[in-house]
Design a protein. Structure first.
Ligand code: MF3
Ligand code: CO
Ligand code: CO
Length: 267
């Protein structure tokens, strides 16, 4: 298996899919308030993707080998849920943190992005975890340019996170993406500089670090999908889809409602 290199036409299509995925998060943002259920957020997202965007929610019925079909259109991962939380009838409450992960398919191409939301007034600790994880994602993105190695990305994220006293989840990673939801390469959020694949223009992948306030270890819920922290500490995640360009990178999953990059990114 090899890493596919996207053409100019592929990249134009991915740019559209990426923006659409981000715009779903923009649409959801005013609804992420105490009292709303994650199932209600799922329905809002599903109907918007299908009826307004003319796109497909990639998670719905997605079934990687060894999994049961995913039953919803987005992932909603609350508090100690690391990833793949399934929307349900429980209401968000003041102080919760929730990751909303959206993947759309438009004209056959995927856009995959997630953001953290603090519901109502969050604790200082919760807000710090969310902000630090956002910066960790961008520490990884900042390494992307031709000639860099995948290990440079993982190392930048891991050192930043661990120097702050938090931990990086190892069992899940970023991924190549295109006409296939999850393809090569795996993009680890930990590692050593100068290791793994060399980046070349036209590679498209996600960077989506999961950061725990406590230890890095996870446990699987018996619903076959939900992943939680073993020690029940809070967990945060952010995700962008991007392409390696001749001079660096272009992030596809941006829209009017995207938070600005951190100050260490020169745009
Ligand atoms: N969007 C997730 C990712 O970033 C994958 C979710 S798979 C699902 O890779 F089936 F749970 F939706
Ligand atoms: Co992803
Ligand atoms: Co995602």
């Amino acid at each position: 298996m090899t890493i596919t290199i996207k053409t100019g036409a592929d990249i134009a299509a991915l740019r559209i899919a990426g923006r659409l995925a981000s715009e779903v998060l923009d649409m959801l943002t005013p609804h992420v308030k105490p009292g709303i259920t994650t199932e209600a957020l799922d329905k809002l997202a599903h109907d918007y993707i299908v009826n307004v965007q003319g796109a497909i929610p990639a998670p719905l019925n997605y079934q990687p080998p060894g999994y049961t079909p995913y039953p919803k259109s987005i992932c909603t991962s609350v508090n100690d849920v690391i990833c793949h939380g399934i929307p349900d009838g429980r209401a968000l409450k003041n102080g919760d943190i929730v990751n909303i992960d959206v993947t759309v398919i438009k004209d056959g191409w995927h856009g995959d992005t997630s953001r953290m939301f603090v519901v109502g007034e969050g604790s200082i600790a919760a807000k710090r975890l969310c902000a630090l994880t956002y910066e960790a994602m961008w520490k990884g993105i900042a390494k992307v340019k031709p000639g860099a190695h995948l290990g440079d990305i993982g190392h930048a994220i891991q050192t930043f996170v661990e120097n702050a006293g938090f931990s990086v989840v190892r069992e899940f990673c970023g991924h190549g993406i295109g006409q296939v939801f999850h393809e090569e390469p795996q993009v680890l959020h930990y590692g050593r500089p100068g290791t793994l694949d060399v980046l070349v223009p036209g590679m498209v992948f996600t960077i989506e670090p999961m950061v725990n306030a406590g230890q890095r270890h996870m446990r699987e819920h018996n619903d076959g999908w939900t992943i939680k922290t073993k020690d029940r500490s809070l967990s945060a995640q952010w995700e962008h889809t991007l392409v390696v360009t001749e001079t660096g990178y272009e992030v596809f999953t941006l829209s009017d409602g995207s938070p600005p990059p951190p100050a260490f990114i020169n745009t």
